[in-house]
Design a protein around this ligand. Structure first.
Ligand SMILES: [Fe+2]
Length: 289
């Protein structure tokens, strides 16, 4: 169902694997049909992206009625496939790359990141301050975006190890909606602070991917894995159908780059937000508890 042998590394400052036709065009069309037939979506975010999220009742109903989406979920929601992805990254990015210090030993197929609004102290309490013996789980959503969808440059949740995108429709370049990878501007090749939402002026574009039917992107969710989506203009083109997912831990990921460890510091806020809206800074010192 997924030709992972077609994934190749690209030149970037964090580990990215990309491949065209990793999912067949026929399978993409079947998945688009299933998402189009969904009667309800869980939420709409970022100016026009409708999601069906793992963990919701709606998701379970969607999977029940969608043979191909169910097949895809079954493949990704397994320890063996997680291991396959982990091995692909280890093989492609050998010494001198980013590693997560505490490798998960168990895979929990039932778990998912909660889509509940929390303030920073509730989030800290949920994630805890012990980083050892983490468990890994799959998060996944089936998404369709209309015009107006965009994502400002950011790094993903501090619990995430690997993120992936499966593009199901072809979007012409002029319509935007491209996944863009950024690098933090600086002369030195190592830095000590990685904010979740850096200013656009602190970044420079490394590469953009125009969504193409069957193209799959995997990337390691390292402290510097800045990415975003350019505004999508829906004019004489299909909607932007895609599947987004990640392998996430049940606690924060401690990253290490060339012997230096990076710990996440969640920025205090009283505001209740989804975990994906919380700001955190990766620093070389452990947070005080
Ligand atoms: Fe993201």
């Amino acid at each position: 169902m997924l030709s992972t042998n077609k994934l190749n590394k690209i030149k970037s400052n964090f580990p990215v694997l990309v491949g065209d036709n990793v999912v067949s065009k026929n399978m993409c069309n079947l998945l688009i049909k299933e998402i189009s037939n969904s009667k309800s979506f869980d939420d709409m975010i970022m100016g026009g992206r409708s999601r069906i999220n793992k963990g919701s009742k709606n998701f379970n109903l969607y999977i029940k009625n969608s043979i191909n989406s169910a097949k895809l979920l079954k493949l990704f929601n397994s320890k063996s496939f997680y291991k396959k992805i982990e091995n692909l990254f280890t093989k492609n990015f050998k010494d001198g790359s980013w590693v997560n210090l505490h490798k998960p030993k168990s895979f929990n197929p039932k778990k998912f990141t909660i889509k509940k609004k929390l303030n920073s102290s509730e989030l800290k309490k949920m994630l805890g301050n012990n980083y050892t013996n983490p468990k890994v789980n799959l998060d996944i959503d089936f998404s369709v975006s209309k015009g107006g969808y965009r994502l400002r440059p950011h790094r993903d949740d501090i619990t995430r190890l690997y993120n992936f995108l499966i593009y199901l429709s072809d979007i012409p370049k002029k319509n935007g909606g491209s996944l863009t990878i950024y690098r933090k501007k600086a002369k030195k090749n190592f830095r000590k602070s990685f904010r979740r939402f850096p200013k656009i002026t602190e970044l420079e574009i490394v590469k953009s991917f125009t969504p193409k039917k069957g193209t799959v992107v995997f990337f390691q969710s390292t402290p510097n894995s800045y990415h975003g989506v350019k505004r999508f203009i829906e004019r004489n083109c299909p909607k932007r159908f895609f599947i987004y997912g990640s392998y996430a831990l049940n606690k924060p990921v401690i990253w290490n780059y060339k012997g230096i460890s990076y710990y996440p510091h969640i920025i205090s806020t009283k505001k209740r937000m989804l975990t994906s809206f919380h700001d955190a800074n990766y620093l070389t010192t452990a947070p005080k508890h």
